[in-house]
Ligand binder design. Structure first.
Ligand SMILES: [Zn+2]
Length: 676
């Protein structure tokens, strides 16, 4: 196992700071400023809300960064917070108004019935974690378990205590009546993203998000979309109109505020990053695709900055068509201690490309500029927080990836928080025997992080399109995201068993079998354990979950690597043959790459219809009963670190302090600017 003490991590970060161009101090004799050592007993798991865990995220290396980088991060952090509401509005047109109602009640709760308040706080926490009234993973709506009258009473009581409500209507009663169905009725706008609504139904009409208004798939025939990634598509008087997200357009106020902070950040950025920030500002100003491409290129060409940000309309999972970008922002710095492994993969990317188990015509002859880092995030908002990814590979534009390469990050401090906050019995409950459980305890953290690294760096970054099939998203439509996630997972599963990894020093050759077996076992178990996240229905909606089920069920149907067993009324998936598992992964990966490269929609649809989407609700109920008994969460949301700037008399930043609020409610009210 590769773990590192927190102390040495901080020391390394400090030395890196000393050798960077903006530091004037000599490296060797300088004593690193004593970093605040992480107390051994500090809190990771803060609380449970229904099936969610609330976890504090720490970014220990921040205090040791030079002031210039701290200041840069501070401004980028402000830019990240400035756009936060965009994503909430993208998820549902009423979401921001709904949030205002419960945030005012919570901030002015004097005189509110305590029982009602308890339920409002529960609902609010789920809403905050999921950026709206829909569960991130299941895409389904959750409701407020009060009567409309109880909510109204709470609103009136809070108004007496100083709450202020904005409304389009004449009275607050009218507003509550309008929002009522969204708060209380599970059948109104029930699913935020519905890619499989059933025969004869339309994926846009069946999806409640705010990326479209009044539009059906059939309306799009013969329509050329000019702002696919960054507009809301609306049918007005029988005509399609693109409401572009840019300065002076939709979300213009938020975007202008973001730009203000990006401008403030620029003087503290190294030249390649300043260039990327300029390109981003220009794209936010014009909304034009050419400027988005210029930004993607500038961002991917900034290879060496140890501080970086992702800020914009990026991932397309919320759109059932997989076209419109959800707004998100992350700000992060390189974790020097943990970055070696992922860099090794990036350096050897061509070797992996040459050995992909797919047809040689879909391999890149020369892999361009893959950049990879392990990072610590300081803040994540929009589509990436409070529920966060563990790895990211961007940009998503296939043509730019093929020509200019991509950047991958592994979110080291997020992984650490997951690990430290997870109940220990999670793994053993679903392991077939003690040996499997022991292996998991010993090897699973490392093997999981390693496959995540491979997923991003040599997975997403790999492969090429057939001639004339440049835009696989447009061809594979609602199955694209799940297919692409499956492809990246399969690359990780395939190469973890390759002797090349030991040769590269990723792990000792003698231990490889343990890592491989452990990873295959936990990947297999996950196919049923993840069903706990889908508590209603018999269908998976979230793309990563679809791909993971697809891979395991395909292996079960096409190899003898996995056995479904039951004991004492409990079901298990047991990985019994790593060799067959890997051979199957290789075959499936070759087919998945062919589907992507050729844009074979029919094959993608069949693959997911057969293996990835549907499950047995009886088995799900059994899994849910088991996890509830053990109090295992279905997902985690993170409370972010907080930055505070100290300034001199002229307003120049003299230091930036980081702190850890350990309180979701306080952080969310502060982000919204709600004063008590
Ligand atoms: Zn991915």
């Amino acid at each position: 196992m590769r773990t590192c003490a927190v102390g040495s991590l901080l020391l390394l970060v400090t030395l890196a700071g000393c050798s960077s161009p903006d530091s004037s101090k000599p490296a060797a004799p300088a004593k690193p400023a004593a970093p605040a050592a992480a107390p051994a007993d500090r809190k990771y798991l803060l609380e449970r809300v229904d099936d969610a865990a609330v976890v504090q995220l720490y970014a220990d290396g921040f205090t040791s960064l030079p002031l210039k980088q701290k200041t840069l991060i501070y401004h980028l952090y402000q830019a990240a917070l400035a756009g936060r509401d965009i994503f909430i509005d993208q998820r549902h047109k009423d979401a921001l108004e709904m949030r205002e109602v419960f945030e005012q009640i919570i901030a002015h709760s004097q005189g509110v019935d305590p029982k009602s308040l308890g339920e409002i706080v529960r609902y609010a926490k789920l809403f905050w974690l999921n950026n709206g009234p829909y569960n991130n993973l299941t895409a389904r709506k959750f409701v407020l378990n009060l009567t409309p009258q109880q909510l109204k009473d709470a609103v009136y009581a809070s108004a007496k205590a100083g709450a202020k409500y904005m409304t389009w209507e004449k009275t607050i009663d009218d507003k509550l009546a309008r929002l009522g169905p969204m708060f209380f009725d599970p059948n109104v706008d029930p699913i935020v993203t519905n890619k499989s609504p059933g025969p004869g139904k339309d994926i846009l009409e069946a999806s409640a998000n705010n990326l479209y208004s009044g539009v059906k798939m059939s309306d799009l025939k013969g329509f050329t979309e000019k702002y696919g990634l960054n507009s809301r598509l609306v049918k007005k008087d029988g005509k399609l109109v693109e409401e572009v997200w840019k300065v002076g357009g939709m979300y213009g106020n938020y975007i202008s505020e973001i730009i203000k902070h990006l401008e403030a950040a620029k003087p503290f950025a190294e030249p390649p990053m300043a260039k990327a920030l300029d390109a981003l500002i220009k794209f936010y100003q014009t909304g034009e695709e050419a400027d988005r491409k210029a930004y993607d290129i500038a961002w991917v060409q900034d290879k060496n900055s140890s501080v970086d940000t992702i800020n914009g309309f990026i991932e397309v999972y919320v759109d059932p068509r997989g076209i419109k970008g959800s707004w998100e922002a992350l700000v992060f710095f390189v974790n020097q201690e943990k970055t070696q492994r992922i860099k090794t993969l990036a350096t050897n990317a061509q070797w992996f490309e040459d050995h992909m188990p797919w047809d040689a015509k879909y391999r890149k002859a020369s892999v361009q500029g893959i950049v990879a880092n392990a990072i610590d995030v300081v803040v994540e908002t929009g589509d990436s927080g409070p529920v966060t990814p563990v790895g990211i590979n961007l940009p998503n534009d296939q043509a730019i990836r093929e020509q200019y390469g991509s950047k991958s990050v592994a979110l080291a401090n997020v992984n650490e928080s997951y690990d430290k906050s997870a109940p220990t019995n999670m793994r053993s409950e679903f392991s077939w025997d003690q040996a499997e459980a022991d292996r998991t305890t010993k090897y699973a953290t490392f093997s999981g992080e390693l496959t995540t690294d491979m997923h991003e760096v040599i997975g997403h970054a790999s492969g090429k399109q057939a001639p004339g099939k440049d835009n696989p998203q447009a061809l594979i439509k609602e199955y694209f995201s799940a297919l692409e996630e499956g492809r990246a997972d399969l690359v990780g599963l395939y190469f973890i068993a390759d002797p090349k990894l030991a040769e590269l020093g990723i792990f000792p050759a003698a231990e490889q079998d343990n890592y491989v077996r452990t990873e295959y076992e936990s990947y297999t178990r996950n196919a049923i354990v993840q069903l706990r996240r889908v508590r209603q229905g018999s269908q998976i909606e979230e793309d990563h979950m679809r791909n993971r089920q697809m891979i395991v069920k395909w292996l079960m149907a096409n190899t003898k690597a996995i056995e479904a067993r039951t004991r004492d009324g409990k079901s298990y998936l047991v990985m019994v043959d790593p060799k067959q598992f890997r051979d199957g992964v290789g075959k499936l990966l070759a087919e998945v790459q062919r589907i992507k490269s050729e844009g074979d929609f029919a094959a993608a649809k069949k693959l997911f219809d057969d293996y990835g989407i549907h499950f047995d609700p009886k088995q799900r109920d059994e899994i849910v009963a088991r996890v509830d008994k053990l109090q295992l969460p279905s997902y985690s949301g993170f409370v972010m670190p907080k930055l505070t700037a100290e300034t001199d008399a002229k307003g120049a930043i003299t230091d930036v302090k980081i702190s850890y609020p350990q309180d979701l409610t306080a952080q969310m009210l502060e982000y919204s600017g709600v004063k008590k």
